[in-house]
Design a binder for this molecule. Structure first.
Ligand code: ADP
Ligand code: MG
Ligand code: ZN
Length: 188
């Protein structure tokens, strides 16, 4: 049996990660390849799987508890697993799940933030990217100068520095809290 392909799409906020994942899901949908979309339960920003332009992806996403290190159950016959916001899952869970599925011949596409708003890599994405056959680094547009944005900047006062245990690095927010910035505008 052919081993599945693991693709990771990563970059800052607004870089088109969810849009890229929706395209993979849409192609599977049109090709009648059974697919599963997995979203973290802690991402409560929307009920459905929408990108920043409001486009809703196909299928009913499976919401998985990020506290659980148990691999999400995918139905027999699944050909593609799509995981959005991969940074929310356990750093040693996500890549192991992906290894398991690809060995069963299932293609996997993971989207997620490569770094938090303080420039610290998200371990779950770094590790799953290490296992991937393809890593797509995507960029947004810098809110300051219009160059390619590779980073996310916390702009609101209520987004604190992360604690030592890393908890506050995960703060749900949108344009009121974060901006996409190029590397030079990110330090300003
Ligand atoms: P991600 O999942 O990476 O956060 P989405 O795929 O949900 O991104 O949304 C990407 C869309 O966000 C772009 O196509 C664009 O319409 C919109 N957008 C808003 N702000 C920006 C920005 N600063 N740079 C690029 N796109 C932006
Ligand atoms: Mg997204
Ligand atoms: Zn800039």
């Amino acid at each position: 049996m052919t081993v599945g392909r693991l693709t990771v799409v990563c970059g800052p906020m607004w870089s088109g990660k969810t849009t890229a994942l929706q395209r993979h899901a849409d192609r599977a949908h049109r090709a009648k390849r059974p697919f599963v979309v997995i979203r973290p339960g802690c991402d409560t920003r929307t009920d459905h799987w929408a990108n920043h332009m409001g486009t809703i992806g196909p299928g009913k996403p499976l919401v998985h508890d990020t506290e659980s290190c148990k691999r999400p159950r995918v139905p027999p016959g699944t050909r593609l697993v799509v995981i959005d916001e991969g940074q929310f899952f356990g750093e040693n869970d996500l890549w192991r799940w992906c290894e398991h599925w690809t060995l069963l011949g299932i293609d996997v596409v993971v989207g997620g933030l490569d770094m938090d708003a303080w420039g610290v890599p998200f371990e779950a994405i770094a590790k799953v990217a290490a296992c991937a056959s393809v890593v797509e680094k995507v960029t947004a547009i810098c809110a300051r100068c219009g160059a390619d944005a590779t980073r996310t900047k916390a702009i609101s006062g209520d987004v604190e520095e992360p604690c030592d245990d890393g908890t506050s690095r995960i703060r749900l927010g949108g344009p009121e809290s974060y901006e996409a910035r190029c590397r030079s505008c990110w330090v300003l």
